[in-house]
Design a protein. Sequence first.
Length: 274
Amino acid sequence: MVTERIIDTGTGQLTCVVRDGVGIITLNRPEARNAFSMEMSASLRRMIPLCAQDPDVGALLFTGAGTAFCAGGDVKNMGDRRAPTDLTHDQRFRVMQERHHGSAGAIRALRKPTVAALPGAAAGAGLALALSCDIRIAAASAFAATGYSRVALSGDYGIAWLLTRAIGPSRARELMLTNERISAERGAQLGLFNRVVDDASLQTEAFALAKALAEGPAVAIGYMKDNLDEALDITHAEAIDREAERLMRTQGTEDHKEAVRAFVEKRKPIFKGR
C-alpha cells in the first residue's frame, strides 16, 4: 500500500510529498520554466533540512513541474532587481552565500541518496541543482546549458566545481564559456546525466530508483557518500585507511547483520537504518 504525506512548503511555487520513503520536492513555476524566485528559493532551503531530518525519508527526488527542470535565475526579473541600499557589500555577500549553500550546497551535503529527474531544461543554477544530486535521470527531450555568459554573469551555486567533477576540466570550461545547449543524449555521453529515458516514463523510473535507494542501508550509504566525496581530494593510501575505518563501523550495524541473514536465507533484506 502506498503511503503519502504532504508537507506544507509555505508556497505554491514548491511542493513536497513523502511517498513510500521518498521525499519528492518539485519546483512548481511551470509558467516560468521553474526559474528560481526568492520565494521558491527560500522554501527550498527550508525543505532540504526538513527532509534530511525526517525519519520517514530515505531518499530525495528533485524534479520540476511541466516541461522543464529549472531554467536557473528568473532573467525577466533581473532588470528590476536592485541591491538593497541598506546592506553593505559583505552583508549582501552573506545573503547570497546563505542562499547558495542552503540549496545546492545542502543537497550535496546530504548523506541520504538524492536523484534529479529532469523533464526538460536544466540551465544555470538549475543545472547546478541537478549536478548536486547523486544521480540524474533525464527525459529524452531534456537539455542542459550553463547560461551564464548569455546574461553576462560568472556563475553561482558552485557550478564550476560541480561541472569540473562531473565531466572534467576541459569540457567544463567549454560549456561555461560557450553556453552550448547539450541534448539529453549528448549529456549522457559527457556524464552530465546518468540515464536518459522516454519522456512519458521519466517520473515513474526516477521514483522507482529513488524508492530502491530509500530502502537501502542508510548508514552504509552515508559512509559511501563520504568515501566518494573525498575520492578526488585524498591519496589512495588515505582512501584505503578511511574506507577501512568506515567499513568497520558498518560491520557493527544491524543492517549488516540483516543483510547477511537475508543472503543466507535467500530473501530481500529489510533495512532499518541502524
